[in-house]
Design a protein around this ligand. Structure first.
Ligand code: C2E
Ligand code: MG
Ligand code: MG
Length: 622
């Protein structure tokens, strides 16, 4: 017999001890090992409930409680998915008795006197059914447990997903969508207006390079904890707006805002000591209020944009948080416009960009000995845009490479023209940005090679070309730029250090740089004629340059007194409005063809081309 069936627990209940003994004996002989007997129906009910049995063989007629009542009592404690494994033992075979037993829950009958074979078969069948039922119930339970575990996991996942959908995965702060929704909700509550601040932290690029992405994440978490702490103290909100930019929102406006943002700047822009070393944390921020009454979605979006303008108006590492004003937006919009129009011009109308030339005058002979090529941009609607405005943008956007070559090419064409139309040419100086060196280097080329090729193409003697570089140009890698300058010198070009005196370590560069010329910045010439200290400085620089064997050009000479002073210092060359503004090529050719046109008098100045708007740059000296 199957072991499970053989070990099934069977309880026989009959008030007749002989019946009990016969059945127990029969079952034991058939191999059943767990057969129990009970003469009292009441005790049987108690035992059934206390112990676990697989089958009950139940007599119907008993003195203390009949079989129907036993089954009713047992059914009352039945679990909803269970049934009574009861076989009724009865001498009555009438239909009524059988029907009543089935109604009470019995699954089968064994008639007395017992037919042993039939009895054993019926018991075995009942136990098989019981076994199947138990197995099915177990499986059902297991299945139920799996389902509920999976449901729990799904609910947890749903929570996780909801959290992820609303929060930044690195910092745990609200993400852009969620904080926007929260501000809109905030706006629906009674309020005193709101103030939106955008805060950007820098330094992460450097950290990423040096320490890796984990460190950047730790760093951003520290920042967000600091921001959050301050914002929570003032019932504000804090979220991530972009990679390193956070949006903080205060539920009020006015004077109360400033101290909070001061505290915020102090809390955020200090060092982070969570690494092996301290990382000092820099950044910038801007804010803008929305007054109560105007708090709709559009007003909130506009305030966030204004905060962005305020932020963009600051240097990246200034650690300030400033309030928006209209000038900031105008500046940013203008910058954007100029940037866009410059790329269009370079792509479709490069002729909008052309050169003017400002004479350099030999002071002892009052003779034009050279000129500086200055780039001009005449835009159909913007008018003349100053190089001081568009050159830095071109440097940032990488367009300076194209512009730089365009300038050198136009300068070479101009040298050809002078030779053709004046019978002689003067040296033309072009301004070169440090980014030009850098960009060409990054592409595996070199500015020197480009210049060399152009000189060959236009068949120009290199002695007619000078490059003006500023100290900032050297920042792109001093040794490499010095090597480039040496190569230029070897080709026969002159190199001038432009705007000398405006940098911070000019004197140390003078020793290292292979330059031929020093251009003294306008700020040293300004007021030198009236201020003895300024004059002493100017004289000192001219003397030093002479001793180093450099040619000196004084920039920005505007008055006869400037000229007189420079002459007294034996400064060889001057350039400035006193002699001429930058002029168109035609005017410059005319100037060269008219010996003596450059005289130390304003009346002799060659007509100036730029329209009034451009000349207005310095109205005092028109
Ligand atoms: P820079 O090279 O120092 O050029 C001298 C600037 O001083 C020119 O301004 C010139 O017009 C102005 N200037 C000359 N004499 C006087 C004077 O007597 N008084 C006053 N107040 N100003 C005088 P501009 O043309 O606006 O150019 C500004 C700067 O833009 C240049 O400074 C140069 O750094 C840059 N730039 C101009 N053209 C180019 C170019 O082709 N390439 C590059 N990379 N930069 C250029
Ligand atoms: Mg210059
Ligand atoms: Mg200059």
């Amino acid at each position: 017999m199957d072991e499970t069936i053989g070990n099934a627990r069977i309880l026989i209940v009959d008030d007749n001890a002989a019946n009990l003994a016969v059945l127990a004996e029969l079952l034991a002989m058939a191999g059943y090992t767990a057969v129990f007997t009970e003469q009292s129906a009441r005790r049987a009910v108690a035992r059934w409930q206390a112990e676990a049995f697989d089958l009950l063989l139940l007599d119907i007629r008993m003195p203390d409680m009949d079989g129907h009542a036993v089954m009713a009592a047992l059914r009352a404690h039945l679990a909803c998915d269970d049934y009574l494994p009861v076989i009724v033992l009865t001498a009555q075979t009438d239909r009524e008795t059988r029907q009543a037993a089935l109604d009470a829950g019995a699954i089968d009958f064994i008639t007395k006197p017992f037919d042993f074979d039939e009895t054993l078969k019926r018991i075995k069948t009942a136990l098989n059914t019981r076994l199947l039922h138990t197995k099915a119930r177990q499986q059902l339970n297991e299945f139920g447990q799996t389902i509920s575990a999976q449901t729990e996991a799904l609910i947890a996942k749903e929570h996780d997903l909801a959290f992820l959908a609303a929060h930044d995965s690195v910092t745990g702060l609200l993400n852009r969508r969620a904080i926007t929704e929260r501000i809109h909700t905030m706006a629906l509550e009674p309020h005193q207006g709101i103030t939106c601040a955008l805060i950007e932290v820098t330094d992460t690029d450097q950290l990423l390079l040096m320490e890796g992405v984990e460190s950047v994440d730790m760093f951003l978490r520290t920042v967000s904890t600091r921001l959050n702490r301050v914002m929570e103290d003032h019932l504000g909100l804090c979220g991530v707006w972009g990679g390193q930019t956070f949006l903080c929102v205060l539920p009020f406006t006015g004077d109360a805002v400033r101290p909070v943002f001061d505290r915020l700047a102090q809390a955020v822009f200090t060092s982070v000591a969570q690494f092996d070393f301290d990382v000092s944390l820099h950044g910038r921020g801007g804010y803008s209020p929305v007054q109560p009454g105007a708090l709709d979605a559009a007003a909130i979006d506009a305030a966030i944009r204004r905060a962005g303008f305020a932020l963009a108006s600051l240097h990246k590492r200034c650690n300030l948080l400033v309030e928006f004003n209209q000038i900031m937006a105008d500046t940013a919009l203008r910058r954007n416009l100029v940037e866009r129009e410059l790329s269009l011009a370079l792509r479709h109308n490069p002729a909008q960009l052309f050169l003017q030339f400002q004479p350099k005058v030999d002071l002892s002979r009052e003779r034009v000995v050279g000129c500086e090529a200055l780039l001009r941009w005449d835009h159909p609607t913007l008018g003349w845009v100053s190089p001081a405005e568009f050159i830095p943008l071109a440097e940032e956007k990488g367009q300076i490479e194209q512009i730089g070559l365009l300038v050198i090419e136009q300068a070479l064409q101009f040298i050809q023209r002078m030779q053709r139309e004046c019978g002689r040419a003067v040296m033309v100086a072009v301004n070169v940005s440090g980014y030009q060196f850098e960009l060409m280097r990054a592409k595996g080329g070199s500015l020197v090679d480009e210049i060399h090729a152009l000189l060959k193409q236009y068949q120009i003697d290199p002695q007619y070309l000078e490059l003006e570089v500023t100290e900032s140009a050297l920042m792109s890698g001093l040794d490499w730029v010095i090597e480039q300058l040496h190569r230029l010198r070897a080709l026969g070009l002159s190199v001038a250090l432009d705007d000398f005196g405006t940098g911070y370590s000019s004197f140390s560069y003078l020793q290292k740089l292979p330059i031929t010329t020093l251009k003294i910045d306008r700020s040293f010439v300004d007021n030198a004629a009236t201020q003895p200290r300024q004059a002493a400085l100017l004289g000192g620089i001219v003397r030093m340059a002479q001793e180093l064997g450099l040619t000196t050009v004084a920039e920005g000479v505007e008055t006869a007194a400037d000229i007189q002073l420079l002459k007294s210092f034996n400064c060889p060359i001057a350039q400035g409005y006193y002699y001429s503004r930058p002029i168109m090529p035609d005017a410059f050719v005319a100037l060269l063809n008219q010996p003596g046109a450059i005289k130390p008098a304003h009346s002799a100045i060659v007509p100036i081309h730029p329209p009034i708007s451009y000349c207005n740059q310095d109205p005092t000296h028109d």
